[in-house]
Design a protein. Structure first.
Ligand code: ZN
Length: 371
């Protein structure tokens, strides 16, 4: 006889296996002053992702960002000028390559250390077969969590691209040529609202060589944070589906970090993916310069619906930015993911659509991109 508690547990358990386009959890663990005690294996009161909460939410994997912050550390919010219903933040300064490489190696080592300590609960995946096998094992709330090693901003790599080849050999499978600052490869967007993502020049010659090398190695190129000319340069040069791992619709929120309808259409036409971010500054029509978290979950649903209506369910996925930005308090953290899938169901997304949105689209694009 089923007990009442077993029954209520079954109802509460996460149903969908979520593979997510972007998190900054490694950075919060790597830099204690940022993470304020954030750990991976115990349940935390701080931050958005740890193993116990991932289990509750059905989080089964994602892009684990390796990001090098400026030194000395500062928040871009401290440098924000708010006026006339908009805001602007001065473009961040470029980073020193040797500093970024040292930091990147430290963060990547942390990822491998967590994998080792996890006794099979966290697995760094390097091939589409490994990813598929990982996600096929267990339910939404158990089975190994699949981590894709991703560098957000390619500052660690110099023009010789030596570091790209070595990092790839170690397990790197995704990179963004830029974060919101210049690199030797291209230019990120400064944080501005309302403003176009067309904020500067396109890829440099080194950037064009980076795209070709990523294609050759089968490293996914993430177009989050790049300015619009850089986006179009990659669209022209790359032979892989276009991917923007954590962004939202510029038409609904005119933030430089969001992508225009034309860019969304190009991603769809390439067979790629728009990962919809949960960042409150990307979601709200008013730009939310103060990053207030009473933004509802329905704002995430609104952006997902918009992109789906434009390019189809095959080309949309989730790209939270957990541990990297302010997200709706209604969602809370990774344990709140079933609230998002419930709202998507209520909005008319069926099981097939939700399987694509929560993981299957990412699996398809990795199979087309990785070698
Ligand atoms: Zn980002």
């Amino acid at each position: 006889m089923a007990t009442r508690s077993a029954k209520s547990k079954a109802v509460k358990a996460a149903k969908y296996k979520i593979f997510d386009g972007h998190n900054d959890t490694l950075l919060s663990i790597f830099l204690p002053e940022r993470g304020k005690g954030h750990t991976f294996f115990e349940r935390n009161e701080v931050g958005h992702i740890d193993l116990p909460r991932a289990r509750e939410g059905g989080f089964r994997g994602g892009f684990f960002a390796i990001f090098t912050p400026a030194y000395p550390p500062h928040s871009f919010m401290d440098q924000m000028t708010i006026k006339d219903g908009g805001y602007s933040v001065q473009m961040e300064a470029p980073l020193d390559q040797a500093f970024a490489l040292k930091h990147t190696l430290g963060m990547m080592r942390l990822l491998f250390t967590l994998e080792k300590q996890s006794n099979g609960q966290l697995k760094v995946v390097r091939t589409a077969d490994e990813l598929d096998a990982c996600l096929a094992t267990g339910s939404a709330s158990d089975g190994p969590i699949a981590a894709v090693a991703h560098i957000e901003g390619a500052e660690a790599i110099d023009g010789s691209l030596d570091a790209l080849y070595i990092l790839h050999a170690a397990g790197l499978r995704s990179l963004g040529p830029v974060w919101s600052r210049p690199t030797i490869f291209g230019y990120g967007v400064p944080f501005q609202y309302p403003a176009s993502p067309d904020t500067g020049p396109g890829l440099t010659d080194a950037g064009k060589r980076l795209v070709k090398a990523c294609n050759e190695l089968g490293v996914l190129i993430d177009l989050s944070h790049i300015n619009e000319k850089g986006f179009w340069d990659v669209a022209e040069l790359s032979d892989a589906p276009l991917v923007v791992t954590h962004t939202a619709a510029h038409e609904l929120c005119a933030f430089t970090r969001n992508i225009t309808d034309k860019q969304i259409d190009a991603v769809g036409a390439s067979g790629g993916i728009v990962g919809v971010i949960y960042g409150v500054g990307n979601l709200r029509r008013d730009g939310n310069g103060e990053r207030t978290t009473e933004t509802p979950i329905s704002d995430i649903v609104r952006h997902i619906q918009y992109v789906v209506d434009r390019i189809g369910i095959e080309h949309v996925a989730l790209g939270s930015d957990f541990d990297g930005t302010s997200i709706p308090a209604e969602l809370g953290d990774v344990a709140g993911l079933p609230k998002l899938t419930a709202q998507l169901q209520a909005a008319g997304f069926d099981d097939d659509a939700l399987n694509k949105l929560t993981h299957a689209n990412w699996q398809r694009v990795f199979r087309q991109t990785w070698k």
